[in-house]
Design a protein around this ligand. Structure first.
Ligand SMILES: Nc1ncnc2c1ncn2[C@@H]1O[C@H](COP(=O)(O)OP(=O)(O)OP(=O)(O)O)[C@@H](O)[C@H]1O
Length: 606
């Protein structure tokens, strides 16, 4: 993904609305920070009083009044500081949760090609590191800015009140701090951007390495994987070290400037005391106020750097938030009133043209077909012919560039997405496995809590899954996870079929249901698939022409065009593309369930 450059102002403008609902708490935290600075100011003035009245004169009786006041102020300052910090953490974490939820929700609406172009690990990094960086800029940053600003006002005000002429003389040096910060800002942003990108790349390499670990070992690619990680780790290392170096240099420059200021005050103070124009207590308080001014000034400078760093994170999050879903719910005025609560299942495509975003040719070209309710259609054709694209358009992952896809004669773009997808069950090649029990994995076919154990078991029996499930160590309560080794591909497919049975949608789309299964496993799922397809409009996308004999009709696609359509015997008789595909991998006993060499070959590689 290419990242658009975003400035601080735009970052603040885009993310500030997310603080809605918590702004009064943020205000309260800022007020607590102001109160803490005020308490600090009072404490210093009381310290001056103590020095002049009690210490210099050696009077114990003059000690008690300012001392008890000081203690009182310290207690109030501590309580307010504690409450303010706790509230600040609460508000900041709420913001993190809200921002992460917002980005995650948006991610879930993005089309398949967005994920094909992005690396998963990098997206994970954006959801964690970058979200934190925005929080640091917006909430923590704002509170620290308020604390620093009011600190500066109070301490500078008190210093002016004590000796305005001396104060002005020392303030002349203040612009030096700003100049130092300004010089560092640009470099820090560039380095942070590199650091964040390298963070994402490292997460990606590790994540991909873990997913592919078995193949990596099988191909002896451990060294290559280590080198990939090493390459990214070095990029990160260089950026991190540069960032730490810049930060360290900045700290030292500021410290030197502070020392110059302190020496100036002491020099001027010594002069004033010797001339009798100032007491020691006043000089100490004055020096304390000027000394107290540095941390907030430094903190403001530091905030500038933090904000600069955060804009690198903002750029990366806005890239996700600005990516548009390929489809959205229709405007309420465009929604066609549903003819039936549950669709009858007539599926139609009318002169559909579709090209993938960024694609160079049409994936489907003037494609039309109709499937009547209850019909079983097999859609076949060479690789890349556009078969899966048809499923993507029917489920509305994309809208066609021209033509319409219809369900029960209603264009799918005029149905709410949830309603459309409620009426279609997709069984993809890879079974969706939730990290949960087998029972919950099957029950996921219905909205949460709507399936009883009895329903789940009935579906599992119909999917020929009950027996192997009860043989598992904890039966239906056995926990499975994505990438689980506990279940074979065929068993996972049967769990998916049981889930689809529960879902009970009128339209069923099976995308290569037998891919990766050996002959026996394929035979075992054919019965459940037939039961699942019964009474539904079923589109089976497949290369496996074993399944075509069952079909009411077969559609043959080639290069996005519908080139043949008819029953299995009709198409064989035509001696066209279908006959060629069929004879390339003839199932020797298509109907009696015995092994066929083509499927066996596929089973071996699958
Ligand atoms: N996200 C995408 N971006 C760009 N082009 C794509 C994308 N997905 C698919 N295509 C292209 O669209 C065409 C049709 O792809 P599709 O996946 O529908 O074919 P298929 O018939 O299902 O192939 P297979 O049998 O190999 O799964 C192909 O040329 C493919 O390269």
């Amino acid at each position: 993904m290419r990242t658009r450059r975003v400035g601080l102002k735009e970052s603040l403008r885009r993310f500030w609305p997310l603080t809605h609902g918590d702004r009064r708490w943020i205000l309260l935290v800022c007020l607590a920070a102001v109160a803490a600075a005020l308490a600090e100011t009072a404490a210093i003035l009381l310290f001056a009083q103590l020095t002049d009245k009690a210490l210099q004169k050696g009077s114990v009786s003059a000690f008690w009044q300012p001392a008890s006041l000081w203690l009182g102020v310290a207690v109030v300052g501590a309580v307010v500081g504690y409450l303010g910090n706790s509230l600040a953490a609460w508000t900041a974490e709420r913001f993190v949760m809200r921002l992460r939820a917002r980005v995650f929700a948006h991610l879930q609406t993005l089309p398949p090609h967005f994920f094909q172009r992005s690396r998963r690990g990098d997206l994970v990094e954006r959801m964690t590191g970058d979200v934190d960086a925005i929080e640091q800029m917006l909430i923590t940053g704002l509170v620290q800015a308020a604390a620093a600003l009011f600190g500066i006002i109070f301490y500078a005000g008190a210093a002016l009140w004590l000796r305005w002429d001396l104060a002005l003389a020392t303030f002349v040096l203040a612009p030096l701090f700003w100049a130092a910060t300004h010089r560092f800002t640009g470099r820090v942003k560039e380095v942070s951007r590199r650091e964040r990108a390298a963070d994402g790349a490292i997460t990606s390499v590790v994540e991909e390495g873990l997913v592919n670990v078995v193949l990596t070992q099988a191909y002896n690619r451990q060294r290559d994987e280590e080198e990939r990680l090493d390459h990214q780790a070095r990029r990160w290392f260089r950026a991190s070290v540069t960032s730490a170096r810049l930060q360290g240099l900045y700290d030292q420059v500021v410290e030197l400037l502070e020392t110059v200021c302190v020496l100036t005050i002491i020099g001027l103070g010594a002069w004033e005391i010797s001339a009798g124009r100032m007491t020691l207590g006043q000089l100490l308080a004055f020096a304390a106020f000027v000394g107290y001014l540095y941390p907030p000034i430094r903190s403001l400078g530091q905030l500038g750097l933090t904000a600069t760093e955060a804009t690198a994170g903002a750029e990366r999050l806005l890239e996700i938030l600005d990516a548009r879903p390929a489809v959205t719910d229709p405007a309420p005025s465009l929604v066609a009133p549903p003819r039936h609560g549950r669709a009858l299942g007539e599926v139609e495509a009318r002169h559909v043209h579709f090209r993938y975003p960024g694609g160079s040719e049409d994936a489907l070209h003037d494609f039309s077909f109709t499937a009547v309710p209850g019909e079983l259609l097999v859609i076949t054709g060479p690789s890349g012919a556009g078969k899966s694209t048809l499923a993507a358009l029917l489920l509305r992952f994309y809208d066609p560039d021209a033509g319409t896809v219809r369900l029960d004669d209603v264009p799918v773009h005029r149905m709410p997405l949830a309603q459309l997808r409620h009426n279609i069950t997709l069984l993809p090649q890879d079974t969706l496995v939730l990290h949960d029990t087998v029972e919950e994995n099957i029950a996921a076919g219905r909205p949460h809590g709507r399936a009883t154990h009895h329903d789940v078991e009935r579906a599992a029996r119909a999917a020929d899954a009950h027996d192997f499930i009860t043989a598992l160590p904890d039966g239906y309560d056995t926990v499975i996870a994505p990438g689980t080794a506990r279940l074979s591909g065929g068993q996972l497919q049967r769990i998916a079929i049981a889930r689809a049975m529960l879902r009970d949608a009128p339209v069923l789309v099976l995308d290569e249901p037998t891919t990766g299964l050996d002959v026996l496993a394929t035979q075992r799922i054919l019965g459940p698939l037939r039961r699942l397809a019964e009474g539904r409009t079923t589109l089976v996308i497949t290369h496996d022409l074993d399944l075509a004999a069952d079909a009411d009709r077969v559609l043959v696609l080639d290069h996005g065009l519908l080139v043949e359509s008819g029953t299995h015997p009709q198409l064989l008789a035509q001696r066209g593309l279908y006959a060629t595909l069929f004879h390339a991998h003839p199932p020797p006993h298509p109907h009696n369930g015995t092994a066929n060499p083509a499927a066996e070959r596929r089973g071996m590689v699958g």
